[in-house]
Design a protein around this ligand. Structure first.
Ligand code: NDP
Ligand code: PYR
Ligand code: MG
Length: 592
């Protein structure tokens, strides 16, 4: 049976062509190019197919594989195209997990599970949602890092949009090639700072794909509304430029005006294609672009930078949770942040903001509790003139300290937070010094992937003699020290961005405000219960993440309404139950 070609209903928002060039003045959408005003303009011949037979089996959105019922096999021309057995989705999931567990390497698991996303989307998300703790280290950090390093070699089927310098002037057309018109969340990278692995060029695409899989699985965003994007302006990674299997532009990175123009064209095109309320998450840009792009587009787009703001919120939630054990308030602590880039400065700023709100003091005053270390040592006033802008507010009067140990000795921090991307930066000596003058030192080793973590969980407990309150960016198994076993909370922005996205979508937010991140952090910290604290676990289990994301989503939405940034009116009475009801579920639907 041939697929039936079904014309679109006019007025269908899914397919309305929003290109200003084919929309006459007056704003009437001219889907079919029927207006005199657009006579000489090319239009897109959109069409919708009702899939059946082999086409249905090859469509990941609708394919159920062996999960198609007998009735569906008859109705949709599938009989004979599948082996006779009919599996439940549960049994299919068990088979997938059995197969995955046979592989020897994490990368093989990655390739296999991402292949499932391209074959049977609902089954993929069911596996992710129900086995989140097992699957996250595969589709996300640390394995996604290795996948990006080898992306050219393992590349099978494309997913997402690639915008390269070659596409200048055509970015809107490219977005139109994406089959979905109702895009709500975009994650975009230019691949220059992929986790702590540096410049991976276009191969950074693994990150937007992975992050958006988490938006769906962890935050309940509908898969059809997500769009991974990589902007390819070249790479300065010489080994990639020499690699015959490299899949990106083979040139050094464009900078300056050329770079800015392409990003600007992309940002404008997203609004033209998807409207004012499309959420854009900047991800893994190098910091020389990250801060200025965020500043530039925050005023005109619904945009945030995950590495700056998402990381800040998750770390703040961990610190708020730690207070249950240390006692006191945030301002009773002294913070030493090792790594003063996007993540480090982001955490420093949100901390200062939260302290200033809690203590009713100025942000400048609050900043005095917070110290930064970068690759040149302690950030001090003496270095002021040569510092990047985002470090300047934390440059305090102090003699220079070139090593971590000397800085710990001089400042006596109660919390040590690593975002340096330097494996082993938290040395035995440093951790011993930190635990010499306090009972419960806070140690966060947030750099990803695992190979870049400032210390392992085991080292943290060993060198602090079991005293520390530890969290890490990538997952670590529980650690036993003496007669106690500690569960390691993952201070990773994946606790925040799915709920942030959900909150923006359900409220119809038009801008992201810092207070929405504070609300997200507080909502996450509120999920900590005594049973977590008994194990010194500063983040709730990822098994609970869907419910956590709903709470964060509701808190973010509530803040958006309060700030007048929400457009979905009237405001639902019970935002939490509304958030839950809006979440995507991957169970198979019946087909008629
Ligand atoms: N857990 C999480 O959720 C997240 C973790 N991260 C991780 O954090 C790391 C950094 O990311 P990001 O902040 O975006 O990167 P940036 O490049 O913006 O910042 C890195 C910072 O580390 C500093 N640094 C480098 N070497 C040293 C050193 N030996 N000692 C002290 N500081 C050093 C750099 O110094 P200088 O300024 O002098 O160059 C810079 O300030 C990555 O590994 C990333 O994966 C990032 C986002 C989220
Ligand atoms: C988690 C994350 O966003 C990073 O490491 O860059
Ligand atoms: Mg990141």
């Amino acid at each position: 049976m041939e697929s039936m070609l079904k014309p679109m209903r006019s007025g269908d928002q899914d397919v309305l062509d929003k290109d200003a060039s084919v929309t006459p003045q007056g704003g009437v959408n001219d889907t079919y190019g029927e207006d005199a005003a657009t006579e000489n303009v090319a239009i897109t011949p959109w069409a919708r197919l009702v899939a059946s037979g082999l086409e249905l089996l090859r469509n990941p959105k609708y394919n159920k594989g062996t999960g198609f019922t007998e009735e569906e096999r008859d109705l949709h021309y599938l009989r004979g195209l599948l082996p006779p057995a009919v599996f439940t989705q549960d049994l299919q999931m068990e088979r997938i997990l059995n197969n995955l567990r046979q592989y020897e390497t994490q990368l093989e698991k990655y390739v296999d599970i991402m292949d499932l996303q391209e074959r049977n989307e609902r089954l993929f998300y069911r596996v992710l949602i129900e086995h989140v703790e097992e699957m996250l280290p595969i589709v996300y950090t640390p394995t996604v890092g290795e996948a990006c390093q080898k992306f050219g070699s393992i590349f099978r089927r494309p997913n997402g949009i690639y915008v390269s310098l070659k596409d200048k002037g055509k970015v809107l057309d490219i977005l139109k090639n994406w089959p979905e018109k109702d895009v709500e969340v975009i994650v975009v990278t230019d691949g220059e700072r992929i986790l702590g692995l540096g410049d991976l060029g276009v191969q950074g695409m693994g990150i937007p794909i992975g992050k958006l899989a988490l938006y769906v699985a962890l935050g309940g965003i509908r898969p059809s509304t997500t769009l991974p994007v990589t902007i390819d302006v070249g790479t300065n990674n010489d080994s990639l430029l020499k690699d015959p299997f490299y899949i990106g532009l083979r040139q050094k990175r464009a900078t300056g005006q050329e770079y800015d123009d392409l990003i600007h064209e992309f940002m404008m095109a997203t609004k033209q294609a998807y409207g004012e309320k499309v959420l854009i998450q900047f991800e893994d840009f190098a910091n020389h672009n990250a801060f200025r792009l965020l500043a530039k587009y925050s005023a005109t787009h619904l945009v945030f930078n995950d590495d700056i703001q998402g990381t800040a919120a998750v770390a703040l939630a961990g610190l708020l949770a730690a207070l249950h054990l240390t006692g006191g308030t945030l301002s009773d602590h002294k913070y030493l942040l090792v790594g003063a880039g996007e993540a480090g400065s982001g955490i420093a700023e949100i901390l200062a903001l939260e302290i200033s709100r809690q203590e009713n003091k100025s942000v400048d005053e609050a900043r005095k509790r917070i110290w930064l270390i970068d690759s040149k040592g302690l950030v001090t006033k003496a270095r002021y003139e040569s510092l990047q802008e985002f470090k300047k507010p934390f440059a305090h009067e102090h003699p220079p300290c070139s090593t971590l140990v000397s800085a710990i000795k001089a400042i006596k921090p109660t919390a040590l937070i690593g975002t340096s991307g330097q494996f082993g930066a938290f040395t035995k000596e440093g951790l011993e010094e930190l635990s010499a003058y306090q009972d419960l030192p806070i140690v966060f080793a947030l750099s990803n992937p695992t190979s870049k973590s400032e210390c392992t969980a085991e080292e943290a407990f060993l060198y602090t003699k079991g005293k520390c309150l530890f969290a890490s960016g990538s997952p670590f198994p529980p650690v036993t020290y003496g007669d106690k076993t500690f569960v390691i909370g993952q201070s990773n922005n994946c606790y925040i961005f799915p709920g942030m996205g959900l909150g923006c979508v359900i409220s119809g937010a038009i801008r992201v405000h810092d207070d929405m991140f504070l609300a997200a952090a507080e909502a996450l910290a509120a999920q900590i219960r005594p049973e977590h604290l008994e194990k010194r676990q500063l983040f709730p289990s990822l098994k609970e993440i869907r419910s956590i994301s709903a709470h964060i989503g509701a808190a973010v939405a509530a803040k958006a309404y309060q700030l007048g940034l929400a457009t979905r009116l009237p405001q639902p009475e019970d935002l939490l139950s509304y958030a839950k009801r809006c979440m995507y579920t991957p169970t198979y639907r019946r087909y008629r």
